[in-house]
Design a protein around this ligand. Structure first.
Ligand code: ADP
Length: 492
C-alpha cells in the first residue's frame, strides 16, 4: 500500500514538474520572441542612425559648397565692382588683387592679350609667378602660340581645356603654368585684342568644381566688357581732345579774323568819315556858288546855262545829303552820337511828317494815315534822330509806292517796347534782299531802282539810330503787294 502511494506521489510530482517545465518553456519562448523583436528594432535604429549620419555629412558638404559659392560670389562682386569702375585699360588688370584670388582658392593668375603688332601674347597681369616661372610660361606662349591663338579666337571655355582638342595636353599646361589645378577662360572684347585669363593652384587637394569654372568665366567676361568700355572711353576721350584742339584753333582763327574785320571796319569808317569831311567843304561852296548864280544877282544867265546850273544845284543837294548820311553813320558807329532821350508825342511827330510830305502825297494821290493805340501815344527817344527814322521810312514808302497807293503808320504798346509799323502798298522787296537792304550802299537791283534815286544809305542810318535806342528793326514784304517796316523802342 505505501509503495503504491509513494508511486502515486512520485507520479504526481513528475506531472507537476512536467507542467511547470512546460510553462517555463512557454515563458522562455515568449522571451526569445521579445529578444528577436528587440534585436530587430536595434538593427533598424542602427540603420536609421547611419542614415542620419550620412545625411548630416551630405548636408555639411552641401553647406560647405554653398558657403564656398557665396564667398566666391562675394569675391566676384568685389572684383566686378573694381573692374567695372575702371576706365583705363592698364588699370583693369591692376584691380585684380592677390587676396581676391586667394578667396577664390587660387594663388596664381595670369592675363594675356594678343598683340597684333608683335604677333604675340603679352602678359598683362601676373600674380604668384616668379621670373623663371614667367620665362617658362612665355616659352609655351611662343611655342604653342597657334594653340592659344585658336583658343581665344574660337572663344573656347575652360571645360574644353580639360579635354584639349589637339596637340596641347592638360599636363603640359599644368607643367608650364606650374599649377596642379587650373581654369582658363577667354577674354573676348567686341573690339580690339582678345586674350585669356588663367587661374591656378599648386594645392594638391583643390578640386575644381563647375561653380569655380562659372565664376572664372563670369570674371573673364567682365574683363572683356571692361576692356570694351575702356577702349570706347579712350576713343571718346581722344576725339574730345581732338575736338577741343580744333575748337581752340578755330576760335583763335575766328578771333584773329574778327580783330582783322574790326580793324578793317574801323579803317573803312575812318576813311569814309575823313573823305566825307573833305567832300563837305568844296560841296558847300559849289552849292553856295550855284545858289548865288541862280538868284541872278551876279548878272543874267542864259537859258541853257540856267538849266545846267539848276542841275548842279540839285545834284550838289543830293551829294550833301549823302555826305551827311555817311558822316552820321560813322559818328553813330563810333559812338560819338549821344542820344538825348525825352518824352515825345507821337501824334505831334505824325502831324509833322504829314505836313512835310503833304505836297508829295497829293502829287501821287497817296493816302497817308496813322493809328495810335490807346495809352500808347508817347515815346522816350531822341527827337531829331527819331524824326529822321520816320522821314527815311516814309520817304522810302513814298518812293517805292506807285500812284493812288496807301501809306499807314500803326503804333502799338507791347510788354516792354513800343512797336511802330510803317506799311505801304508799294512794289515790295524780294525775300533774298530783305536783310541786305539794311547794309551800306545796298540797293535792290530792279528797274524801279533805275528810276528812283537813292544812295542805299537811308536804311543803314535808320538801323543805327534804332539800335542806338536799344531797339530792333525788320521788314516783311511781298513783291507786288507792299512792305511793312517795323521797329521797336524800349518803353522804360
Ligand atoms: P535808298 O532808298 O537810298 O536806295 P535805302 O537804304 O533807304 O536806300 O534803301 C535800300 C533799298 O531798299 C532801296 O534801294 C530799295 O530797293 C529798298 N527799299 C527800301 N524801302 C523800300 C520800300 N518801302 N519798298 C520797296 N523797296 C524798298
Amino acid at each position: 500500500m505505501i509503495p503504491n502511494f509513494l508511486m502515486f506521489c512520485a507520479m504526481l510530482s513528475i506531472v507537476f514538474l512536467v507542467i511547470a517545465l512546460f510553462s517555463k518553456m512557454q515563458l522562455l519562448k515568449e522571451a526569445q520572441g521579445k529578444i528577436i523583436r528587440l534585436d530587430r528594432s536595434l538593427e533598424e535604429m542602427d540603420e536609421q542612425g547611419k542614415l542620419i549620419m550620412r545625411t548630416d555629412m551630405e548636408l555639411n558638404k552641401t553647406q560647405e559648397a554653398l558657403d564656398k559659392k557665396i564667398s566666391g560670389l562675394n569675391t566676384l562682386q568685389k572684383l566686378s565692382h573694381s573692374i567695372g569702375t575702371t576706365l583705363e585699360e592698364n588699370q583693369i588688370f591692376k584691380t585684380i588683387a592677390a587676396e581676391y584670388l586667394e578667396e577664390l582658392g587660387f594663388e596664381r593668375c595670369l592675363a594675356c592679350l594678343w598683340d597684333e603688332l608683335t604677333k604675340q601674347f603679352q602678359i598683362h597681369l601676373n600674380i604668384g609667378y616668379t621670373d623663371p616661372e614667367l620665362a617658362k610660361i612665355k616659352t609655351t606662349l611662343q611655342e604653342d602660340k597657334k594653340y592659344y591663338f585658336s583658343l581665344v579666337h574660337n572663344g573656347l571655355t575652360s571645360s574644353s581645356l580639360f579635354n584639349p582638342p589637339d596637340f596641347l595636353s592638360k599636363e603640359k599646361i599644368k607643367l608650364y603654368f606650374a599649377a596642379n589645378s587650373f581654369i582658363i577662360s577667354c577674354v573676348l572684347p567686341k573690339e580690339g585684342s582678345r586674350g585669356f585669363f588663367f587661374v591656378g593652384t599648386q594645392n594638391m587637394e583643390t578640386r575644381i568644381t563647375e561653380g569655380d569654372c562659372e565664376l572664372v568665366t563670369i570674371l573673364a567676361n567682365q574683363i572683356g566688357q571692361a576692356l570694351d568700355n575702356a577702349r570706347l572711353f579712350e576713343k571718346a576721350w581722344k576725339s574730345q581732345q581732338e575736338l577741343e584742339v580744333k575748337v581752340e584753333e578755330r576760335t583763335r582763327q575766328l578771333s584773329q579774323a574778327f580783330e582783322e574785320v574790326k580793324k578793317l571796319d574801323k579803317r573803312k569808317s575812318d576813311f569814309i568819315s575823313s573823305v566825307s569831311h573833305e567832300l563837305r567843304t568844296p560841296l558847300t561852296s559849289i552849292k553856295g556858288y550855284a545858289s548865288i548864280l541862280l538868284t541872278g544877282k551876279l548878272g543874267n544867265i542864259p537859258e541853257e546855262a540856267l538849266e545846267r546850273l539848276k542841275k548842279i544845284n540839285r545834284h550838289s543837294d543830293e551829294l550833301v545829303h549823302m555826305v551827311n548820311d555817311l558822316l552820321d553813320i560813322s559818328r553813330i558807329e563810333s559812338g560819338k552820337v549821344i542820344m538825348k532821350f525825352e518824352t515825345l508825342s507821337l501824334k505831334e511827330i505824325m502831324e509833322k511828317i504829314n505836313d512835310l510830305f503833304a505836297e508829295q502825297f497829293r502829287a501821287k494821290n497817296i493816302t497817308f494815315s496813322y493809328q495810335l493805340a490807346e495809352h500808347c501815344d508817347t515815346l522816350s527817344a531822341d527827337r531829331s534822330q527819331i524824326e529822321r527814322v520816320f522821314i527815311n521810312l516814309i520817304g522810302n514808302a513814298f518812293k517805292f509806292t506807285p500812284e493812288n497807293g496807301k501809306i499807314s503808320v500803326n503804333v502799338k504798346c507791347l510788354d516792354k517796347n513800343i512797336q511802330i509799323d510803317v506799311t505801304d502798298t508799294g512794289f515790295g522787296i524780294p525775300e533774298d534782299a530783305q536783310e541786305a537792304i539794311f547794309e551800306e550802299f545796298y540797293r535792290v537791283e530792279n528797274p524801279i531802282n533805275q528810276e528812283v534815286k537813292g544812295t542805299g544809305l537811308g536804311l543803314t542810318l535808320v538801323k543805327h539810330i534804332i539800335e542806338g535806342h536799344h531797339g530792333k528793326i525788320w521788314v516783311k514784304s511781298k513783291i507786288g503787294q507792299g512792305s511793312t517796316f517795323s521797329f521797336t523802342i524800349p518803353t522804360n
